[in-house]
Design a protein around this ligand. Structure first.
Ligand code: HEC
Ligand code: HEC
Length: 373
């Protein structure tokens, strides 16, 4: 009896000592990151222009105050950890070229977007300065770890939000080839360790061991397929006299859901049977360049709609779509309603839903170059 008592005491002392060692190891194993020089400052004119560009192009999804989640699970553009670890790659690159297969299109003029290279740089730096973060220096070296173990850690801790295959459920698609092509291992690791402040992404530094953070990082890296970067041949945009599809034909009679939404199958049926329509693509024009519904007119959510509606007929059925699946198209149709257009509808499933059901799109001619960057 006294024997087992001593043993228990001994065990709990050992436990306390072990706990102490673990706590202190964790404390001194906490990584220390070197500071890095801040990027250039903007002139007041550049900052004002960048703020205006943010309002015009980004508020719809990333929110009035860069908090994210206004639409489409668009991430926060103000969390400290993003700006500590990610300027310019993590900002400039998705802003310029977009993330294929997500609602994030590219805004650079080179690919058909509305912003110049100077403007995307200034907006990147404006976002940095607004965040108030201080940059840290991250290693460029790959993070090595046990991929099998990392997969288990991933399934246990991450899949609920990021998806079983990293496809993104209500969080960014970690396996997205355009994200993996520019996000360095240490950038990914930093996000896992620190989380993203003010978002559902919690820091895992207290929950996972250093080794498991490495393992799960290595696992995410292992999901990278080869990114195919294609240079799109830009098409000329349709002229107003081509806006109406099948001008002489009868209009479709859609049974609209909630008085607004048309299902992809019904829209496809109307198109196949040659009905008269105007199709508005409300996304950033660079993604219209990549793929769009046949006959659609680029009519981005950020355009001067009062000016653009001059070219639209009021008596023809208008259908708007986007990839969000409906944020931009709902926005445009609301504005059109205020301007007196009422024969309008929104494609319920959005263009990704349309494509997933096997309906056709017109794709760009792409000169394919293999490999990332
Ligand atoms: C139609 C909605 C939409 C609009 C408009 C939009 N974004 Fe996004 N953005 C998204 C989504 C969704 C993602 C996440 C994509 C993913 O799953 O990886 C994203 C991701 C990003 C990222 C990557 C962030 C990270 O944590 O990796 C940046 C940077 C970004 N957007 C900047 C911008 C800027 C700047 C603008 C305005 C010029 C803009 N976005 C406009 C929807 C949008
Ligand atoms: C509760 C849901 C949730 C869980 C669980 C979760 N995440 Fe996240 N994660 C998010 C959200 C939401 C974001 C985007 C946050 C933002 O910037 O707005 C994110 C962002 C990230 C990013 C940054 C992506 C980028 O491009 O900026 C990485 C990397 C990441 N998570 C990895 C993980 C890993 C690995 C795990 C498991 C160990 C995990 N996450 C668990 C919701 C989650």
């Amino acid at each position: 009896m006294s024997d087992s008592l001593t043993r228990n005491v001994a065990r709990s002392r050992f436990g306390a000592a072990l706990a102490f060692v673990l706590v202190s190891t964790a404390a001194w194993a906490e990584r220390v990151y070197e500071p890095q020089d801040p990027p250039r400052e903007l002139t007041p004119e550049q900052a004002a222009r960048a703020a205006e560009n943010y309002r015009q192009y980004c508020v719809l999804c990333h929110g009035e105050n860069r908090e994210g989640y206004a639409n489409d699970h668009a991430p926060s553009l103000r969390s400290a950890s993003l700006f500590e670890s990610g300027v310019p790659h993590a900002i400039l690159r998705p802003l310029s070229y977009g993330r294929e297969g997500t609602a994030m299109g590219g805004y650079l003029d080179e690919i058909g977007g509305p912003m110049t290279l100077d403007e995307v740089w200034d907006l990147t730096y404006w976002l940095f300065w607004e965040s108030g973060a201080e940059r840290v220096r991250l290693s460029e070296a790959p993070v090595s770890g046990d991929i099998e173990r990392g997969r288990q850690v991933y399934l246990d801790n991450c899949a609920a939000c990021h998806g079983e295959q990293g496809e993104g459920v209500n969080a960014p698609a970690l396996a997205n080839p355009s994200a993996l092509a520019h996000n360095k291992d240490e950038f990914i690791r930093y996000a896992i360790e620190k989380g993203r402040q003010g978002t559902p992404m919690a820091p895992f530094s207290g929950t996972l061991s250093e080794a498991d953070i490495d393992n799960v990082t290595a696992y995410i890296r292992s999901l990278a397929g080869e990114e195919v970067i294609g240079k799109v041949e830009l098409r000329s945009l349709p002229e107003p006299e081509d806006y109406v599809i099948n001008p002489g034909a009868p209009d479709p009679e859609f049974a609209l859901k909630d008085d607004r939404y048309v299902l992809a199958a019904d829209l496809n049926e109307a198109m196949v049977s040659g009905k008269r329509l105007v199709l508005l693509d409300t996304r950033v024009v660079s993604v219209w360049q990549r793929a769009h519904l046949a006959g659609s007119v680029p009519f981005p959510y950020y355009s001067d709609l009062e000016e653009k509606v001059g070219h639209l007929p009021k008596d023809v059925q208008i259908v708007a779509y986007c990839s969000c699946p409906r944020a931009a198209s709902d926005y445009v149709i609301d504005r059109l309603g205020e301007l007196g257009f009422h024969r309008t509808a929104v494609l319920y499933e959005g263009i990704f839903g349309w494509m997933n059901q096997g309906f056709p799109v017109v794709r760009a001619d792409v000169a394919e170059t293999r490999g990332s960057e």
